[in-house]
Design a protein around this ligand. Structure first.
Ligand SMILES: *[C@@H]1O[C@H](CO)[C@@H](O)[C@H](O)[C@H]1NC(C)=O
Ligand SMILES: *[C@@H]1O[C@H](CO)[C@@H](O)[C@H](O)[C@H]1NC(C)=O
Ligand SMILES: *[C@@H]1O[C@H](CO)[C@@H](O)[C@H](O)[C@H]1NC(C)=O
Ligand SMILES: *[C@@H]1O[C@H](CO)[C@@H](O)[C@H](O)[C@H]1NC(C)=O
Length: 273
């Protein structure tokens, strides 16, 4: 399941109102483009929604139909247009969520996210006319982080392994808990920068009988995924020894009413004579 670092809509609305209030109070009559949160995390192959809001007051006389652009900025010199562009490599993968061009909500959905989408950041930019002047305003960008599903199981009879592929970001933390306390923690090693995408975070630890294990992936302080490990069942030899007891008990319980019934029947027969 994808965990999105997004606050509730009502909180966001409040934030927008506050932003406008602050702008007006400061006398800064500028229109703003906000991109919040500045980081989202999705599972590989899911659809990622990236938020963008165009905030302005009626007094700012923003003309109708501002033009929306979304760019992927990979480096200072490299930029790919996501929207709108019939020639973009993204042309079939990007949808603008609100089709009303005058809506403040200029968020997009990037479909079927792949590891390569995790490089760089995505910028929302608006081109418009306000108070009879042409203007351009852009947001601060959003980073897209990606993770795959987690493998948590036996490496061999004595070792337990947890592994997960993630996009390159220092914020990802893999931790292993034994009976509720953390025994291992792993982050991307900044000293061994590999160009590979994705990066595998993994730990191996000796398996102890009767202990409970859990593997977790966090992004900063937010838990993204968690999986427990079930100890394999006891060997069949010990199971068989345990079984006769309840079976014997069951028979014993059944025997009680039968004995009572037999006694009653005998008593009846004796009385009839
Ligand atoms: C992504 O969106 C497309 C079209 O909107 C939909 O067909 C697809 O099922 C979605 N994929 C996931 C993983 O939700
Ligand atoms: C923007 O619009 C989309 C589609 O209507 C919606 O899912 C999303 O929550 C909206 N974002 C905000 C911040 O209102
Ligand atoms: C289990 O795997 C670990 C790590 O791969 C290895 O060091 C260990 O020798 C293996 N043990 C057995 C019994 O194969
Ligand atoms: C991580 O990715 C590599 C190759 O990209 C793959 O071979 C490996 O199975 C993946 N590991 C997990 C735990 O998904």
């Amino acid at each position: 399941m994808a965990k999105v670092l997004i606050t509730s809509n009502s909180k966001r609305d409040l934030w927008n109102i506050l932003s406008i209030a602050l702008l007006v109070a400061a006398g800064a009559w500028a229109q703003t483009v906000t991109q919040k949160p500045d980081e989202v995390v999705y599972k590989l192959a899911q659809n990622a929604s990236m938020d963008c809001q165009f905030i302005h007051t009626p007094e700012q006389q923003v003309a109708k139909n501002p033009i929306l652009y979304w760019h992927k900025i990979t480096s200072l010199t490299q930029m790919t247009r996501l929207w709108p562009d019939p020639e973009s490599p993204y042309k079939d993968r990007v949808d603008v969520l609100d089709s009303d061009r005058n809506s403040p909500n200029r968020s997009v959905l990037l479909k079927n996210v792949q590891w390569e989408d995790s490089t760089g950041k995505y910028e929302c930019k608006l081109s418009y006319r306000a108070a009879k002047q042409d203007k351009r305003t852009k947001g601060s960008g959003v980073k897209l982080l990606i993770h795959d599903s987690m493998f948590f199981g036996l490496e061999n009879e004595t070792q337990l392994m947890c592994a997960v592929n993630v996009s390159r970001d220092d914020g990802f933390v893999l931790s292993l808990l034994q009976d509720g306390s953390k025994v291992f923690q792993k982050t991307i090693d900044p000293l061994h920068p590999s160009m590979s995408l994705p990066v595998t975070l993994s730990v191996i630890l000796p398996l102890e009988k009767g202990k409970n294990y859990e593997c977790q992936i966090h992004l900063g302080s937010t838990m993204i995924m968690s999986q427990p490990f079930q100890q394999p069942l006891e060997t069949p030899g010990t199971l068989e020894k345990v079984l006769p007891e309840p079976a014997f008990l069951f028979v014993a319980i059944l025997l009680v009413p039968i004995t009572v019934l037999l006694a009653l029947l005998t008593a009846l027969l004796v009385l009839r004579r």
